[in-house]
Each structure stands twice: as structure tokens, then as C-alpha cells.
Design a binder for this molecule. Structure first.
Ligand SMILES: *Cc1c(COP(=O)(O)O)cnc(C)c1O
Length: 426
């Protein structure tokens, strides 16, 4: 048997003993494409389609009664879905709600918690976080009449890939009011020690929140145990809610009763909301931070998807995800380093999320060649091809094929047919 056949055999043996192998059937997959981009936009579970269609049917049949006469009630659907999400992030059901998008949820949190004083007026961030949180935070500073030059404190990465937690903690000085970091970095896939950062922030009188878009659904989070103040994350990546599905908000119950920074009538105490009084009385749970009418069709797929996650269990998902990425890194070391590829993510399991950051100086072109050769990866400037084998629907055989495709692209110099300009949606 040749080396190639041995590789195929080993991968199919791993698939054979994979306890999650059957879950793949529960997704819409395209047989012609190996999908390695579930960290950007996850594939659709059939159960997500079913919950969306059920809600649509209810509305078609009932009209306005769909708000109250469905099971679960659409009037409270956002909190029902929050409760379904709670187990994935180690939170109490009332600490999680589904609403708007990640960026707006971060706005809402900063608007709630940022009360600059002469002594404490800085918001601490890093230079590798997905930039939308920077845009949001800077605009919140400006709303308070402060310039980012004065009130934004940034910790810079030393290697352009990863953050040093000691440096993040060192930067938690007495003038910092709030710190906001990612749990998993979107480019390098580094997983931060959220518990340690949270403890360090609290010891210094700093509130701390996390953007967990690249973590939830791939890595277990323990928000209650870690005691983070707030967290936001999207649901269309690892959580497979579909393009633009509504985001999630975690708010530590310690903060229930605070006045929401971006208040609206959907955050009103629910049994009195329709009294339509001019005095605002927020619900004492994360739902109190709802603003306007919830986007039911943009959250309905989550019901089916979250039920699938709860059935499988996030620990099992993490276990397989680590096996898939371990296998992918081993194949990269074995077959691709000779072509100038290297692994840009941390290697230790407790320091990495769900994707592998494959680096190459010709990454833009190789990424395009992959797309034309049956693999869907994505590219992040300047030199990273992100490969995300997804525990629920990627097989070990597919991981093997991805690496074989890369070998072929390099051997046959297929990437030379492409220009080094990236597309609009990378
Ligand atoms: C994808 C992603 C977002 C997206 O934010 P939206 O407001 O939901 O578009 C934000 N932060 C991180 C880290 C992301 O990966």
C-alpha cells in the first residue's frame, strides 16, 4: 500500500470510531466541497430549518396570536433560546438572551457599564481583537466626549499572532474602568485564559467582558464559574444559525437591576410591557437589555441548532474538535512544511480554539486555488489561511483530503494562476 492509501485508511479508521460521525447527516452538506469555513459561517442543520419553518407556519396560521399562543411563546422566544444556550457557556438560563448582533450587544454593554470618572476612564483592549469591537468602543468613548487617544488603552501583540496574558494583566492599571478581550482570537485561534484575566481584572477593581464569537460552539465556556461581567457572541459561526442570525448576550446576574445603557420597550418587565407606561422598568435578567422587537426569523433556526448542541454536548464537541485540529496540524507538519507552510496558532490544547491558522507567504493565492479545487477555507491578511474542521460535520477523511489538495496545489503550482488581490468577502 502506498503512503497515500495508508493515509486514507488511517483517516477512515478514525472516522469509523468517531462517536459523532452520525451527526454529519443532520446537516446540509455539499458533497463537492469540503467545508473548512464553519468558523465564518456555519453550515445549516436540518433541525434549524425545521424550527424556522415551524415558526413561519405558526405565523402564517395565527397572525398576531403567534406572539402568545405558540409553544414556546414568541413573545419570550429570545429568553427561551438564551436558556437553551446557557449550558454551552456555563451560565444560568436567565443570564443569557438572544438579540441584535455582536457589535450592538457590545455597544449595549459599554453603554451600561462605562461611567468614566477622573481616576478611572480608560477602556482596555488589545490590537488583535476583531476590529468591530474597537469601532464600537471608540464610538462609545466619543459619546462621552472622550477621545480614543486619551481613553483607549491598547496592549500590542509582540508577534502579531498571539497575546501575552501577563502583558494584558500588567496593563490593568488604576485608570482602567473596563477591559474587553476575545476568548478566542479570530486570526491565530489563540484561546485566552478567561478565568485568569477575569480574576486579575476584579482584583484591580476593573469590569471585564469578552467577545466570544470565535469560541462558543467550539470551546466550552464557564462564564458563571469564571465570574465574567458580560460576554457577547454571534450565532452564525460555530453555532450554525445561518447568515445574520441574532447574537447572544451574557450578563452576570450580579448586574441584574442596573439600568440598561440602550434601553427599549422589549426590555420591560414582561407582564407590564403592554401597559405602555412612560416609566421604564427593566426585567431583572439579561432580557432587560432587549431593545426593540426581536427578529424572530433571524433567531428561529437557533432553536433547532441549540437543541442539537445540547443533545451532543459541548465537551464531546471540544474533544472531537481537538482531535481534528491535532490531526490537521500533524499532517501539515508531515506534508506541508517543505513547501513553506507553518502553523500560526498555539499548539497546546488549552491555548487554542477550533481552527488552524495555516501561514504561507502566498496565502492569498493558495486560498483561491483551494476554493477552485473543492475546499472552502478562508483567508485573513496578511498570510493566514484559516482551516476550521467542525466537530459536528467534518470527517477525518476530509481533513486528509484538504492536506492532499494543498500538496497538489503546491506540486502543480496551481496557485500561480491567481492574482494576489483578495476578494470583497474574504
Ligand atoms: C464574527 C465576529 C464578529 C461579528 O460581529 P457582528 O456584529 O455579529 O457582525 C465580532 N467579533 C468577532 C471576534 C467575530 O469573530
Amino acid at each position: 500500500m502506498g503512503v497515500y492509501d495508508q493515509g486514507v485508511k488511517l483517516a477512515s479508521e478514525m472516522d469509523g470510531v468517531d462517536p459523532l460521525k452520525g451527526i454529519r447527516q443532520e446537516f446540509y452538506l455539499n458533497d463537492e466541497v469540503i467545508y473548512m469555513d464553519g468558523n465564518s459561517l456555519g453550515l445549516f442543520p436540518k433541525a434549524a430549518e425545521a424550527s424556522l419553518l415551524r415558526v413561519l407556519e405558526d405565523y402564517k396560521r395565527m397572525g398576531i396570536d403567534c406572539w402568545t399562543k405558540t409553544n414556546p411563546q414568541l413573545f419570550l422566544y429570545q429568553d427561551h433560546l438564551g436558556a437553551l444556550m446557557a449550558g454551552l457557556v456555563g451560565a444560568s438560563p436567565e443570564e443569557v438572551t438572544i438579540m441584535s448582533n455582536t457589535t450592538l450587544n457590545l455597544h449595549s454593554m459599554i453603554a451600561t457599564f462605562y461611567k468614566p470618572s477622573a481616576e478611572r476612564y480608560k477602556i482596555l483592549v488589545d490590537d488583535l481583537t476583531f476590529p468591530t469591537s474597537r469601532y464600537a468602543i471608540e464610538s462609545q468613548l466619543r459619546l462621552k466626549g472622550l477621545s480614543p487617544e486619551v481613553a483607549l488603552k491598547e496592549v500590542k501583540s509582540l508577534d502579531g499572532r498571539t497575546l501575552d496574558e501577563d502583558m494584558l494583566i500588567e496593563a490593568m492599571t488604576e485608570d482602567v474602568a473596563i477591559a474587553v478581550f476575545p476568548s478566542v482570537l479570530y486570526r491565530s485561534g489563540q484561546l485566552l485564559d478567561v478565568a485568569r484575566l477575569t480574576q486579575a481584572a476584579h482584583e484591580r477593581g476593573i469590569l471585564i467582558g469578552f467577545d466570544c464569537c470565535h469560541g462558543v460552539g467550539a470551546v466550552p465556556h464557564e462564564f458563571s464559574k469564571w465570574d465574567v461581567d458580560f460576554a457577547v457572541w454571534c450565532t452564525y459561526k460555530y453555532l450554525n444559525g445561518g447568515p445574520g442570525s441574532n447574537a447572544a448576550l451574557y450578563l452576570n446576574k450580579r448586574h441584574f437591576g442596573l439600568h440598561p445603557g440602550l434601553a427599549g420597550w422589549q426590555g420591560y418587565v414582561k407582564d407590564k410591557q403592554f401597559d405602555l407606561l412612560n416609566t421604564f422598568e427593566p426585567v431583572r435578567n439579561a432580557g432587560g437589555w432587549q431593545s426593540g422587537t426581536q427578529n424572530i426569523f433571524s433567531m428561529a433556526p437557533l432553536e433547532g441548532s441549540l437543541e442539537l448542541f445540547n443533545r451532543v454536548g459541548v465537551e464531546k464537541i471540544r474533544e472531537k474538535s481537538l482531535k481534528l485540529t491535532d490531526y490537521l496540524m500533524a499532517l501539515i507538519d508531515d506534508k506541508l512544511t517543505g513547501y513553506g507552510f507553518s502553523v500560526g496558532n498555539p499548539r497546546e490544547p488549552h491555548r487554542r480554539g477550533g481552527h488552524v491558522a495555516l501561514e504561507h507567504q502566498d496565502a492569498v493565492r493558495i486560498n483561491q486555488a483551494l476554493k477552485d479545487n473543492g475546499v472552502m477555507p478562508d483567508f485573513r491578511a496578511p498570510n493566514v489561511i484559516r482551516l476550521a474542521p467542525i466537530a459536528l460535520y467534518t470527517s477525518f477523511t476530509e481533513v486528509f483530503r484538504v492536506v492532499e489538495t494543498l500538496v497538489r496545489i503546491m506540486d502543480d503550482r496551481l496557485y500561480e494562476n491567481y492574482s494576489s488581490k483578495r476578494g470583497t468577502v474574504a
